[in-house]
Structures are given as C-alpha cells and as structure tokens.
Design a protein around this ligand. Structure first.
Ligand SMILES: C[S@@+](CC[C@H](N)C(=O)[O-])C[C@H]1O[C@@H](n2cnc3c(N)ncnc32)[C@H](O)[C@@H]1O
Length: 289
C-alpha cells in the first residue's frame, strides 16, 4: 500500500523485481500506467497540460472510466491540490479565488513531470502491478507467487494510511481495527519488512513494545505556503531494526536518524543524541523519546 518514493528508489538503486498495489483506484491506476506502454500517452497528456481552476474543477467531478484517465486525474490533482490531497475536501493550491501568491500551477512543471514519467516507464519490465486491492489480498498474492527459498529474499515496504486525519487525506483509509490487523500480520510476513507511520501517540502506543520500533525526525515542506514549513516525525517498524538492535548495532532509544534536506533516503545517517540535544528533543516530543 502506498510507497511511491520508496518504490522508485528501489528501482533506481537495485536490480530487483518490484510489485506495487494500492486500494485507491486513482493511485493504483497511476502506477500501473507509469509502468506500462501507456506511459508515453500519459507523458504526452501531461506535457500539454496547463492547469487552471476550470481543469481542476472538471477533474474533481470527473469519474474516469479508463486507466489512462484515472492516472491523469491522479497526477494533475496531486500536483495542483492543497498538500497534494486528491480526495475529499482539499481545495486547489491558491484557493478557489486564486488570489494567493502561489497559484494552482506553481507545483506543476509539465516538462519535468512528463520526462520523469518517461524515465520511470523504462523500469516497467521489473514492475509487477498487482492491481487495485486491499493489502491483505496483496500479501496473499505474493505468498502464492513467491515460493520456497525465494520467500526469504522478499522485502516489503508498507506505507499505510496515517493514524490521524487519514479520512481527510485518502479515499481509502484505515480504522483502528485495520491498523491492528496490520500489526498482527507484520511479523508473519516472509522476508524482511519496513513499515512507516506518522509519529503520533496512537501509532507509538501500538508499536512501542515492538523490537523493531524506531522514531525519526524529518523536516519537509508538505505545503507550498512559505509560512507552513512543517517539521514532522515519522516512525519505522522493521525486522531489520530489530535485528540490528539485538546485535547491539543500534543503541536502544535516543538515537537520531538524520535525513539530508535535499538528499536521497539512502544517504541518511544514524547518530546518538548529545547530552545537550536530548532535553531539547524530549521537550519537542512531549517529554518522551
Ligand atoms: C500514506 S499513503 C501512502 C502514500 C505514499 N506514501 C505515496 O507516496 O504515494 C497510504 C496509502 O494506503 C492506501 N490504502 C488505504 N487503504 C488501503 C488498503 N486497505 N489496502 C491497500 N492500500 C490501502 C491509500 O490509498 C494510500 O495511497
């Protein structure tokens, strides 16, 4: 479920096969078109697009009946809607009146997007698209497809909907029971896994006792307004972290995973908080780390 940036990084930095699935028809269609012969059609459509409010409103109300149209709707709304939210109540960047400093097309670089689609489509032979489906079906499908010793070479990246406000962000989201089901399934997955969540109390409570639990501080621009630079936390749960911890290769808690501001995820470093940093970090996280 989800995980576009990680999938791309995997394709660019390894030679492994990748399988993708998402329960949202827009997201699912987008990836299936990007990694198909039809990517060229999507790239052409995007190259010709000059987003304005009329297009945004038309797409918002449109119910596409083919994959290409779904993929187009997904990408254009993602790049022109507030915080990239394609579903629900999120409005266009710059507001309905378009009176803000940033207007609807400010995140839409047609040429760059079109080029990126074409580049990514080159990886299509290594991408298996499992369709628009619930994550449990995806896990079963992979279990059926990958048998024997090959199962231990599987790597899962799970990027489920956030714990908080997910109903406002995604067409498909998780309730508490869904989050609990995922937690139960996690340690039964064959191979290795990395699960990422937003670092909020409910998510921490569910995973705090898991040996593969790690909190990360990230800084990122989730919004376009220059006053709204967000500093947000993420948490990871992974059997890889659990193993490193068991071997003593990771100190228990109070470590910092440092992501370069403009770097790739593979360039992140891990370091222990200094005596001066620790109280500051603890205060920023409501007294706990
Ligand atoms: C946090 S988002 C991931 C977005 C991702 N980080 C990206 O870069 O595109 C969570 C994703 O989980 C998907 N999702 C929600 N319910 C699901 C389900 N039951 N099975 C599979 N995917 C689901 C949503 O459609 C959404 O795309």
């Amino acid at each position: 479920m989800g995980g576009g940036a990680v999938t791309i990084s995997f394709l660019e930095n390894t030679s492994s096969m990748v399988a993708i699935a998402d329960a949202d028809p827009l997201v699912s269609a987008f990836w299936s078109v990007v990694f198909s012969e039809a990517a060229v059609d999507l790239a052409d459509l995007i190259e010709e697009t000059e987003p304005d409010l009329d297009l945004w409103l038309a797409l918002k109300n449109q119910k596409p009946n083919n994959l290409l149209a779904l993929a187009y709707k997904c990408l254009v709304l993602n790049r022109t809607s507030f915080s990239g939210i394609m579903n629900g109540q999120a409005g266009p960047i710059g507001g309905i009146k378009q009176q803000s400093e940033h207007t609807i097309s400010c995140r839409f670089n047609a040429t760059a997007l079109s080029k990126r689609i074409t580049e990514l489509s080159e990886y299509r032979d290594r991408v298996l698209h499992l369709g628009c489906q619930d994550w449990r079906k995806t896990v079963s499908a992979i279990r059926r497809k990958v048998r024997g010793r090959a199962r231990s070479r599987l790597a899962w990246y799970l990027d489920p909907p956030f714990f908080e406000k997910a109903d406002r962000l995604y067409a498909r989201f998780f309730n508490t029971e869904d989050h609990e089901k995922l937690r139960r399934e996690l340690d039964r997955l064959p191979g290795r896994y990395v699960l990422s969540y937003d670092d909020v109390p409910a998510a921490r409570a569910m995973y705090r006792d898991h040996p593969g639990f790690l909190r990360i501080n990230l800084s990122y621009n989730a919004r376009v307004d220059r006053h709204e630079r967000l500093v947000a936390g993420e948490m990871l749960v992974s059997d890889i972290i659990a193993r490193l911890r068991k071997k003593g290769a990771l100190a228990p808690m109070g470590q910092l995973v440092v992501m370069p501001e403009k770097g790739r995820a593979s360039q992140l470093t891990i370091r222990t908080l200094s005596a001066e940093e620790l109280p500051v970090a603890q205060a920023a996280h409501g007294g706990t780390l």
